[in-house]
Write a protein that binds this ligand. Structure first.
Ligand SMILES: [Zn+2]
Length: 565
């Protein structure tokens, strides 16, 4: 059995208890001893097969990313580089209604996942599993470096049974969804998530979601929801969650709490009061949040509803028809939206790559300043675009036409950042003790297939930024709590909330999921413009006793598990 002695550090055990100078002994996948240095005799050198000098470092539980989207990418980069490097040892995946499984009928993976190649695919793009059981078998083969808690996404489930049509469930299709959900939960799913602004989940009514939540509740599972509204109708959306909880008794969490859109910022106190009451009454577990003020999603969410129906394939067809495209553009232009608050994220074509990191308002001024023949494209070969531009000269560029051009070139896979949140509200949200960090990101690596897109900086920066915000290390933000309390929220709070057993604490008998890091140097190194860089300050990360990250290197010593409820 392998053993590791972590010597000389300051243990912050994740419970909120004050830091303690102590050495930590790991044997196999468990912590076997935590020995206070001023207490009983120090552990002898040579006791363990490996030693980590933690002098000047904190030794804490590995962090739990309570809201993640790595499901499929764990199969591609099992070292989970962007996550492991910030001290994350467990992720809660399958969020916002989108999960790897079940994938039947018309169900497609989200477009970024769908384009990748997976083990067993013979080099051809696309998923190589359908069910939770098949996904688990693949995951066991690649053995990820971190643990995963896998939820079943309502959108994935619904598209497996009903497809993407804007229809209500019938009693037959609801029954089929219930049966499929039950099987996937029995095969390892921890519960149900929803993404009720996305297709096809947005076509469901409260009765459908409640019926499915009841299936999860009956199995002791959980519910996490990207609510039907995070802006104009957020208070009503919280009521929908509470009604569901009261009807089913399920343990529920609201995902990535925010008040979206400037006109809704003033609702924050009502939102927090409503949730606080529900948490106090034991009706809600709490919420999670990423420590940034821009949402990261797909650019096509600005499409009018009718233009988004049928999913990406249908959107692409609509953009090919000049009249329909003009109508989409006109309806986008009619939206009451601040286009300087919308930044293009990941792009997928050489014709759009220069748009990444640019705001729509900036692209528009470039387009308008450039000669009409050069089109909206500021740089790069103009001939590329001519082929797909209508023969007639283009009318004056508008946000709608620019967005349609980008999406057409990218086959509707373009990412976007929406700067629709308030810093002041972020501070108020993070100040609540029931808020835990959730990156809302899939894992990335600066290299390989996952290094090609343009992620939200939260992919690499969530844990250091959350810690720095809570402990008053970010300029312009007041200190919220002690380091012990911040670490508690990054570890034992999410572990207890979701019943992740024997993790999130440093104590004998617990799994050896540990992070060794420099409190003062722990820092994110990413921006919206430059989002692929590892966090600094993390010296070592152990997962189930295996040293998976050490001095900036991935050891490929991977011992992460698909966790059982
Ligand atoms: Zn979401």
């Amino acid at each position: 059995m392998s053993s590791v002695l972590i010597r000389g550090g300051l243990v912050v055990d994740g419970t909120g208890r004050a830091a303690l100078p102590a050495d930590v002994l790991v044997a196999g996948d468990r912590i076997t001893d935590v020995v206070e240095r001023s207490g009983r005799a120090a552990l002898p050198r040579g006791l363990a097969s490996a030693e980590i000098d933690a002098t000047g470092c904190l030794v804490t539980p590995g962090f739990i990313d309570a809201h993640a989207h790595s499901d499929a990418y764990l199969l591609i980069e099992p070292d989970a580089p962007s996550k492991l490097s910030q001290g994350i040892t467990t992720e809660i995946n399958g969020q916002c209604g989108g999960s790897v499984a079940p994938r039947y009928g018309a169900a497609r993976l989200s477009s970024d996942w769908a384009s990748m190649t997976y083990p067993g695919g013979g080099g051809r793009p696309g998923p190589t599993w359908r069910s939770m059981a098949e996904y688990r078998a693949l995951l066991d083969q690649v053995r990820p470096a971190i643990n995963t808690v896998q939820f079943v996404g309502h959108n994935t489930l619904r598209s497996s049974v009903i497809g993407y049509d804007p229809v209500r469930a019938t009693s037959e299709t609801l029954r089929a969804m219930e049966d499929l959900l039950a099987r996937e939960l029995d095969d390892g799913g921890w519960g149900l998530t929803t993404g009720l602004i996305y297709q096809p989940g947005k076509y469901s009514d409260a009765a459908e979601v409640t019926a499915l939540a009841r299936v999860a509740a009956a199995r002791g599972g959980f519910y996490a929801t990207h609510m039907r509204s995070e802006g104009d109708a957020i208070l009503e959306a919280i009521d929908e969650v509470l009604d569901l909880v009261r009807a089913t008794g399920i343990r529920a969490e609201i995902s990535h709490l925010k008040t979206s859109g400037r006109r809704n910022w003033g609702k924050i106190d009502d939102v927090l009061a409503k949730i606080e009451r529900a948490v106090g009454a034991g009706e809600l577990l709490g919420s999670d949040r990423y420590p940034y003020c821009a949402a990261g999603t797909d650019l096509d969410v600005v499409f009018p509803d009718w233009a988004g129906e049928g999913g990406v394939a249908a959107e692409i067809e609509r953009l090919k028809d000049p009249e329909t495209r003009a109508r989409i553009a006109a309806e986008i232009d009619a939206q009451d939206r601040d286009w300087s608050a919308v930044m293009v994220g990941g792009t997928w074509s050489s014709r759009t790559s220069h748009c990444s990191g640019q705001r729509i308002s900036e692209l528009l001024s470039v387009w308008r300043a450039s000669a009409p023949a050069a089109g909206w494209q500021a740089s790069g070969p103009a001939t590329d675009l001519r082929a797909q531009r209508p023969a007639t000269p283009k009318p004056i560029a508008t946000p709608g036409t620019v967005i349609c051009d980008i999406l057409a070139a990218d086959a509707c896979r373009t990412g976007a950042f929406f700067f629709g949140m308030s810093e002041e509200n972020l501070q108020k949200i993070l100040a609540r003790p029931w808020i835990v960090p959730g990156s809302d990101a899939s894992l990335r690596a600066p290299w390989g297939p996952l290094g090609k897109d343009h992620p939200h900086p939260r992919a690499y920066g969530t844990m250091p930024r959350f810690f720095r915000l809570l402990t008053g290390r970010v300029e312009g933000h007041a200190r919220i709590c002690s380091r012990e309390e911040a670490i508690r929220r990054m570890t034992s709070v999410p572990a207890a909330r979701f019943g992740i057993r024997d993790r999130g604490v440093v104590k004998p008998g617990a799994y050896a999921d540990l992070a060794v890091w420099h409190e003062e140097n722990f820092r994110e190194n990413v921006t919206y413009m430059s989002p692929h860089a590892f966090a600094s300050g993390v010296e070592a990360v152990l997962v189930n006793g295996a040293v998976a990250y050490r001095s900036g290197a991935f050891t490929h010593n991977r011992a992460g598990n698909f966790l059982e409820r």
